[in-house]
Write a new protein. Structure first.
Length: 203
């Protein structure tokens, strides 16, 4: 397609890089923005700029946050001795949407995957073990994806924390094997959290 404006072409190319958006959809979005008041586009640009320059990660749980400590960790009503271990921030959002969990989180930043060059050292596992060592956690809920990599990560964490006085559970398999938590429906995910079972230390 030949564009009448290089500025439009540049905007379309940038928006088309977003997941699930092709060139045609990007063009519709660009034309939509051009029809709106100028403040709409400026507000969007400012929001994206703030997202990249001001967002940070919670120093306690590694969830995304506006402050050094996220609102979940800072909430005095949350159960501090109950920690749900997840792969990334999307899983925190998915579990929070169920309204069934009132503890804290620990975001690993991924899962062990030797084929992708991701080992335990690339994840926030050591910091999790240090939390367990401190004696402030009574239960760890392993809420990783039901995949081989997720199960391997579960097993590794279980072995690392087993010398300490902590209960290790995993979410019930109401989430289908092979599914990502991000795509699980809220009812199944909520039921998996409520009906969690002891982790038996096997893959």
């Amino acid at each position: 397609m030949e564009y009448a404006s290089k500025l439009v072409e540049q905007a379309v190319d940038e928006i088309a890089q977003l997941p699930g958006i092709g060139k045609r959809t990007a063009m519709r979005l660009v034309l939509f923005l051009l029809r709106q008041p100028e403040t709409t586009s400026l507000d969007l640009a400012e929001a994206i700029s703030n997202l990249r320059t001001k967002i940070q990660y919670c120093t306690s749980c590694f969830n995304i946050s506006d402050l050094p400590i996220c609102s979940i960790c800072a909430n005095p009503k949350r159960q501090k001795d109950l920690v749900c271990v997840v792969e990334d921030v999307r899983d925190v959002m998915a579990i929070e949407s169920t309204g069934q969990f009132n503890g804290l989180y620990h975001v690993l930043g991924g899962k062990i995957s030797p084929l992708d060059g991701i080992g335990p050292q690339e994840l926030e596992i050591n910091s999790l073990v240090e939390k367990v060592k401190s004696g402030t956690i009574n239960e760890l809920i392993l809420a990783l994806s039901s995949t081989m990599e997720g199960d391997t990560t579960n097993f590794y964490i279980y072995k690392q924390v087993s010398p300490y006085n902590v209960s290790v559970t995993t979410i019930a398999r109401g989430v289908a094997v092979g599914d990502e938590l991000e795509y699980a429906d809220e009812v199944s995910l909520g039921r998996s959290i409520v009906k969690r079972i002891p982790f038996d230390g096997t893959i």
